[in-house]
Write a protein that binds this ligand. Structure first.
Ligand SMILES: Nc1ncnc2c1ncn2[C@@H]1O[C@H](COP(=O)(O)OP(=O)(O)O)[C@@H](O)[C@H]1O
Ligand SMILES: [Mg+2]
Length: 505
């Protein structure tokens, strides 16, 4: 047997699957594509997470596009965090290109241009389905982690949530939260210290400052109603294809805190509401984070810990997380070690630091009789990558330098008018984009304070007339709570314990 035949058999054996799979492309040996030596990923192990890495322009985002469209075709919904706005083209078929035909001929799979069903979501002022969550739903634990609070400050946040729960004050947006925080050391000081212990003004001051910092990153757009129901991420279209949800994040690149806040809350909510999957043949939802270094770069230790836990746990819900970033070292080791699929595009070896990263990366891949991994890492072409996945038994598949297939959809983004059309046709936009500002903690407390002040004024006047008589009616009046029918107790309980109650520690 020639080396080539041997290699073909090696790949065929290593990537054999019993169940359904997606095909990434064909394996390459010494720069030559071995037609028909297909590199396949079983649907069964897609919930084991993954990494797509490589230097700029090597094809990472296209790899993401390929996986996403092939999953959609298999009826698996996808969520894409699109930080550069590269991915909307998925909604239109590829115009094709002789180079693409050539590529597919080498791989040995036909090329068929196709479009895919997409939904555009947004975290900011941009068009699309508005993604929101209430502060109550977000919960004290996650809020404290995001704000990077000390244990003492975290305790205060918990008390604020508890107070609101006890008094049926809905915490919808950050305005509500700030109001209660101010109230706790201001007008409501006595009431708070009686029932929950004394709260220091300097602590609330620090928390307040951090909330304002978060607001400055645009978080006020995210917190509020109507909160997004994560079940809407798992829709299938009328032809049985998974909907590809694209979250446009082009305008939050420079606001990493908002980005990580949002991502974590989404994951926590998914974790909380998706059922346990057991040993399933296919994932429920695949979640891609493009330009993932942005979430890790500025994340606090507490936040990283949270990401680590959720990565570990969310697998059991049939959710796979895929990080797309330039260098594998952008991803913390504890997360990296949990990733089943690795797609490594070319790395550049310009500096000593680059060379060190290449060495480290190579060491993280299975050994191969066919490749000098370090050498391959620097010589891969555009749209080629080193791949290792997990087979159906959970074992790493053989390392394969892969000529990747081309996206069936357009590699270029949608025009403004095309985008408008997609958004105009969306049912979710209708469902979520109404502005709601219900009566919540802010309004209720403001009213309460105002009432108390008026009462005090009256009493002041009265006592000026009758001199001596003292009264406790001010105290009594502050204890009256307006009766309101809001938030079910279930939401409150979840808010109080924190959505992440099962994931912490
Ligand atoms: N699988 C592929 N098939 C065909 N062309 C590709 C493929 N991957 C990358 N390319 C080409 O390379 C360019 C850069 O790819 P891109 O995914 O945007 O790189 P990155 O995200 O790594 O910066 C694309 O615009 C496309 O022309
Ligand atoms: Mg990219």
């Amino acid at each position: 047997m020639s080396t080539k035949e041997e290699f073909f058999a090696h790949i065929e054996e290593g990537y054999k699957t019993k169940g359904d799979f997606i095909t990434m492309g064909a394996a390459m040996l010494e720069g030559e594509t071995i037609t028909g030596a297909h590199v396949k990923i079983p649907l069964k192990t897609l919930n084991r997470h993954g990494l797509i890495a490589g230097a700029t322009g090597t094809g990472k985002t296209k790899t993401l596009q390929i996986i996403a469209e092939n999953l959609s075709e298999k009826g698996i919904p996808v969520l894409l965090m699109d930080l550069k706005g590269d991915l909307s083209g998925i909604a239109e078929p590829s115009p094709g290109h002789p180079k693409i035909d050539e590529r597919h001929e080498k791989i040995g799979i036909p090329f068929t241009p196709k479009d895919f069903p997409i939904e555009i979501l947004s975290l900011s002022e941009q068009d699309g389905v508005k993604l929101r969550a209430t502060v109550s739903e977000f919960g004290p634990v996650l809020l404290s982690r995001i704000l990077d609070l000390s244990t003492v400050q975290e305790g205060i946040v918990a008390v604020v949530f508890k107070y609101c729960d006890d008094n049926k004050l809905p915490l919808l947006d950050l305005k509500d939260f700030k109001k209660v925080l101010q109230y706790a050391t201001g007008e409501g000081k006595k009431e708070f210290s009686k029932d929950y212990g004394r709260i220091s003004t300097s602590s609330t001051g620090t928390i307040l400052r951090k909330v304002i910092e978060l607001e400055q990153q645009g978080a006020d757009l995210f917190f509020g109603e109507k909160s997004f129901d994560v079940d809407d991420l798992t829709r299938i279209d009328e032809n049985g294809r998974g909907i590809i949800n694209i979250i446009r994040l082009t305008d939050i690149q420079d606001r990493p805190k908002l980005f990580s806040t949002f991502m974590l809350s989404l994951l926590a909510e998914i974790y909380d509401s998706f059922p346990e999957q057991g040993d399933s043949d296919r994932p429920e939802l695949i979640f891609f984070v493009d330009e993932a270094h942005l979430i890790f770069k500025e994340a606090s230790k507490a936040l990283l810990g949270q990401i680590e836990s959720i990565v570990k746990l969310i697998r059991s819900k049939g959710v796979g997380l895929y990080f797309v970033t330039q260098n594998p070292t952008d991803v913390p080791g504890a997360v990296l070690s949990q990733l089943g699929l690795k797609v490594q595009h070319a790395l550049r070896a310009f500096t000593a630091k680059d060379r060190k990263a290449i060495k480290l990366t190579a060491e993280n891949y299975p050994l191969s009789d066919y490749y000098d991994t370090k050498q391959v890492l620097t010589s891969l072409g555009i749209g080629e990558a080193l791949i290792t996945a997990l087979d159906e038994k959970g074992r790493p598949t053989p390392l394969a330098a892969t000529m990747l297939r081309a996206p069936m959809s357009r590699m270029d983004i949608l025009s403004d008018s095309e985008l408008k059309e997609v958004i105009g046709a969306s049912k979710l936009v209708e469902k979520y984009n109404k502005e709601i500002d219900r009566e919540s903690a802010y309004e209720i407390l403001s009213e309460k304070i105002e009432k108390a002040e008026k009462l005090a004024e009256k009493e002041q006047k009265r006592s000026e007339g009758t001199s001596t008589k003292r009264t406790s009616s001010r105290r009594r009046s502050t204890r009256q709570n307006p009766v309101i029918k809001v938030l079910t107790s279930a939401t409150f309980i979840r808010g109080v314990l924190g959505v992440l109650k099962k994931v912490i520690r």
